[in-house]
Design a protein around this ligand. Sequence first.
Ligand code: NAI
Length: 341
Amino acid sequence: MKHKITLIPGDGIGPEIVAATVRIIEASGVDVEWETQILGAQALEKYGSTLPDAAIESMKRNKIALKGPIMTPIGKGFTSVNVGLRKALNLYANVRPIKALPNVPCRNPELDLVIVRENTEDLYAGLEHIVVPGVVESLKIITEKASTRIARYAFEYAKDNARKKVTAVHKANIMKLSDGLFLECFYNVAKDYPEIESDDKIIDNCCMQLVMRPEQFDILVMENLYGDIVSDLCAGLIGGLGLAPGANIGEQGAVFEAVHGSAPDIAGQGIANPTALLMSAIVMLRYIGEKDAAQNIENAMMAVFAEGTVRTKDLGGTAKTNEFARAIVDKMKPPAAGVSS
Ligand code: NAI
């Protein structure tokens, strides 16, 4: 079966890791027609908008996108393209599996958990204003609808993936109304899943527990801002941002991207680690039903890590992005002729 997928190379290291990932997917024999679109500063120049209709329409039509990171400059005049995209496509669940890879030196080699981050509201609603000069107000929006939807997604994910426990992460002791509502919705949904254990942790304690005793966690579900921060913390526990994949799931489509950003400090040098985007692509291939190709790529990637001789600079190696991609392609089984499962 032929798949039409929107491809967004992105900024900074984006085009380098996207090229490496596309090369590996194509070597797996999956039949993909890529529809390349641009977002962010590049799109502003061409279309006069950082989030052009052409890209949104492409993603709505194809329902699947593989996306490199987009830079959002700090300061006035630029709203986040990533946040805008998630809102435009209603990609309400951000799923971030955190699992250590073989032979990668890290704090927690046994770690295997999933962060489910609410993706559409909270302080990312972008509602900020100046009250009087020197005083600004930023509004945190939490709704019953979005909180219930993300809690249900987390429990359904647990059921589908044989996970045993879902933990809600919050600060309801201080934000009694907003985080209180999130927590109330979580426990209401939990009643429908008696076979799955449920509990909750206050965010600050949760961060400490993640560092000290992360094996107690299985699935963590949380609001947008907490999810953003805790994902990076967990990426650090398994060896860094180059290893943390992500999927943004909505009712009408999904966008697959790494947790990390555009890494301007190493852009253009060909040394970025494409693993996080590649792992996002593996999740994407499973999502579109290409399970054999996904497994083929994952086995090859695991073999490269297990061997430990070809690794990128962030993991202490000397391999360039394209050398790492070639090592994975070399370990892949040749695809059955013309077959896309
Ligand atoms: P970053 O994630 O781009 O980089 C943080 C550190 O991790 C840097 O030292 C970088 O070199 C390293 N790093 C990240 N990915 C790596 C990879 N694949 N291989 C090797 N090293 C890697 O975070 P930063 O610097 O805070 O953000 C840069 C830009 O990215 C900002 O404009 C931000 O808004 C944007 N961003 C975009 C995201 C997206 O499009 N989904 C997500 C996060 C940030």
